[in-house]
Structure formats: structure tokens, C-alpha cells
Design a binder for this molecule. Structure first.
Ligand code: PLP
Length: 372
């Protein structure tokens, strides 16, 4: 696909870099003196990893978290020189590349320890050991940690410089957080008993950063908060959404009572209805499940999406907004004339979470980076 070009169509995602800088300061204040690792996987949650990471680095962030080796290598090639932690921990054939790029692997599999040891050329390989205290996906299960550490002695190059876990309910269930943190304390004791001295401990995601100071340890790993959302509806933090997703009205027409619109005729007008068509659809990442449920801002009014969202087009009821015309700005995310639609609104309409709304904005939508 030819790369997205903001000069060719009115649709674009404006990424507000000042908002990202502001959000980092909010996270830092909540993290109360511990370091902040910015999670920028999945193209910085859809915002564009290189400009976002460059801005965060300029703002003095302490390090970055990516899911995949190639995401970390892209950051190094863009001049990012802070610590980069590769969170997924399974490196395929990329062990040598990870070392060469100075990325820090997360470790929880002995086969990975063996593969790194094999390419170490006698130099120590610094890793963060991940323990599974209850997320149930990645990490050494607590019950297997003793055996894991015993076996790890076979790979003398591996140096555990960090110990981490991941919380599954920081946004919803404080009791389970407490259980996970108790498990993490147990893991710390065991790791030390085997002679390792991890200098950094970390467990907190964005929600834990705001809600659970007892999980802060040495680093917080903040993702969604940097993009403007606290990670839980229960958290009130002065964050600013960093993506403004805009397009323009392509066509305006009138439906009479009984007329239908779009594939499947899922909307039928019950009275005369003014309809604006906008050139954004699920091919741009607008979740189809927001059909007949989501909203778009036009002239500062929240206008309901009516009919099924199609690949390239969406139809919006603008009956309540006088004078809507071709070329008017239509906003899927952001602020317009004092009205706001954010990823929480769209997530609610689509039956998902803001993370998916943001990462789903497709490559076809040009990202335009704005300061101020
Ligand atoms: C291991 C790990 N830490 C931290 C985060 C950041 O989470 P959040 O975006 O909720 O701050 C993620 C994201 O999913 C993650 O996978």
C-alpha cells in the first residue's frame, strides 16, 4: 500500500505531541519519584511510534517497553538511546539482533535463556525475569520458579537485572492486586536466595500507577495513560487524549420517512432525516460494531451514526444541526467547538476498550504530528 498521505484526503489522525508530554508529567507525578517506562508497542497504541518515542525521550522518559524485537530495533534506528525492554519474551530468531541493538529481553523460558547464552560470546546478557503472579499468560509460574532458577545456572551469561510481573485487575479488583503483589514478594525472596540481585522491580501499568502506589517499586510501565486515558473509569486524572481523528462531510442528503440507508438497511428513517456521509469506514479502523450506536461531531454537535458502517463510508444523522454542508469537519475523536468525543465514547458504542479503538486506526489514515 502506498503510504497514507494527508494531502490526498481530508481524513487524518492528528497526534498532539504536547498532550503526550503533558501526560508523561501527570504519570510522573502519580509515580512519585519512581522511573517511568513508556509502553510504545503496537506503533505507540496507534499514534506512531517514532515521533511519540522521540518526544517522550526529549521529555526525559526513563525507558521504553515494546512487545516485539522489531519494534525495539525501529526505535534504535530512529535514535532512541534509552533502555528498551522487549516485553513478550519470545524472540524467534532475533536473539543476536536484540543484543546488537542493545535491547533488554524479558525472560521466562529456559529455551530463550539458552538461545541468548549461545550468542553471548562470553559477555553478560542483562535480562528482566518475568514471573506470573496471576495474569496466567507469560512469566514463570510461581510454583515453578525454584526449578527455573536452578536450571538457569546452566547459562552463566544470563544476568537478572530486573524482576517484573504484570497485574490483571489494577483497574477493577484491589484484592487480586494484593494477591499478585504478595506473590511478587515471594518471587523476590526466591530470586535473591539464588544469588541474583535485580536492581529494578516493576509491576504497575497505568491503572496501577494511579490507583496502587504499593505496586510502584522502581519503575511504572505506563501505556494508555500517555495517550490520554487512565486505564479505568474509576480513575480521575488530568490526562489529555492525544489523538484527534477528523475527516470532512462528503455528501449531504435528505431521507424521507421509510427510506433506509446502507448495507442491510439497518436504519430506516421514521421522519424526514438529514444525512451526512463521511469518508471513513472500518477500512480506516472505525469499528463496525459502532454502527447505529456511535457518534460523530459535526459543527460541535454529537450526531448519531446511522446505518451500518461500511469499509470506506459512514452515515451520520445531522437532522438536529442546521446548515451542515459538504466540507464541514466531522470528528470521530477529539474536541470541536467545545464538544468532546473520546476513545471511551467510541469504545462504549463499539462494545470494546479505548486500547482497541486507538490501535485499530489503520495505516490508511495519515498521522499528522502537531505541537501545541
Ligand atoms: C507487560 C505490560 N506492561 C505494561 C503495559 C501497559 O499497560 P497500560 O497501557 O494499561 O498502561 C502493558 C500493556 O498491555 C504490558 O503488556
Amino acid at each position: 500500500m502506498r503510504s497514507a498521505d494527508a494531502s490526498l484526503r481530508p481524513t487524518r489522525a492528528e497526534v498532539l505531541l504536547d498532550a503526550i508530554g503533558h501526560n508523561l508529567r501527570v504519570v510522573r507525578a502519580a509515580a512519585k519519584g519512581c522511573k517511568v517506562l513508556a509502553v510504545v508497542k503496537a506503533d505507540a497504541y496507534g499514534h506512531g511510534v517514532v515521533p511519540v518515542a522521540q518526544r517522550l525521550q526529549a521529555e526525559g522518559v526513563d525507558g521504553f517497553g515494546v512487545a516485539l524485537a522489531e519494534e525495539g530495533i525501529e526505535l534504535r534506528e530512529a535514535g532512541i538511546d534509552r533502555a528498551i525492554l522487549v516485553l513478550n519474551g519470545i524472540s524467534g530468531g532475533a536473539h543476536r539482533d536484540i543484543i546488537a541493538a542493545g535491547l533488554t529481553p524479558v525472560l521466562y523460558e529456559l529455551s530463550e535463556a539458552s538461545a541468548f547464552d549461545a550468542v553471548s560470546a562470553g559477555r553478560p546478557i542483562d535480562v528482566h525475569l518475568k514471573v506470573d503472579t496471576g495474569m496466567g499468560r507469560l512469566g514463570v509460574p510461581l510454583g515453578e520458579l525454584d526449578e527455573f532458577l536452578r536450571e538457569l545456572r546452566r547459562f552463566p551469561s544470563i544476568r537478572i537485572v530486573g524482576l517484573m510481573t504484570h497485574l490483571s485487575t489494577a483497574d477493577t479488583d484491589p484484592d487480586y492486586v494484593a494477591e499478585q503483589i504478595a506473590g511478587f514478594a515471594h518471587a523476590q525472596g526466591l530470586v535473591r536466595r539464588f544469588g541474583h540481585e535485580p536492581a529494578v522491580l516493576h509491576a504497575a501499568n497505568s491503572a496501577a500507577c494511579f490507583r496502587h502506589p504499593e505496586t510502584h517499586f522502581d519503575w511504572v510501565r505506563a501505556g494508555i495513560a500517555l495517550y490520554g486515558y487512565p486505564g479505568s473509569s474509576a480513575i480521575d486524572a488530568p490526562l489529555r487524549p492525544a489523538m484527534r481523528w477528523r475527516t470532512e462531510v462528503l455528501r449531504v442528503r435528505t431521507l424521507e420517512a421509510g427510506d433506509s440507508v446502507g448495507y442491510g438497511r439497518s436504519f430506516r428513517a421514521t421522519s424526514t432525516t438529514r444525512l451526512a456521509t463521511i469518508p471513513v469506514g472500518y477500512g480506516d479502523g472505525l469499528l463496525r460494531s459502532a454502527s447505529n450506536r456511535g457518534h460523530v461531531l459535526v459543527r460541535g454537535a454529537r450526531c448519531p451514526i446511522v446505518g451500518n458502517i461500511a469499509m470506506d463510508l459512514t452515515t451520520v444523522d445531522v437532522s438536529g444541526v442546521p446548515g451542515v454542508a459538504i466540507g464541514d469537519e466531522a470528528l470521530l475523536l477529539g474536541e470541536q467547538d467545545g464538544a468532546v468525543l473520546d476513545a471511551r465514547d467510541l469504545a462504549k458504542a463499539a462494545g470494546t476498550i479505548p486500547y482497541e479503538v486507538l490501535t485499530n486506526v489503520s495505516r490508511r489514515v495519515p498521522r499528522v504530528y502537531l505541537n501545541g
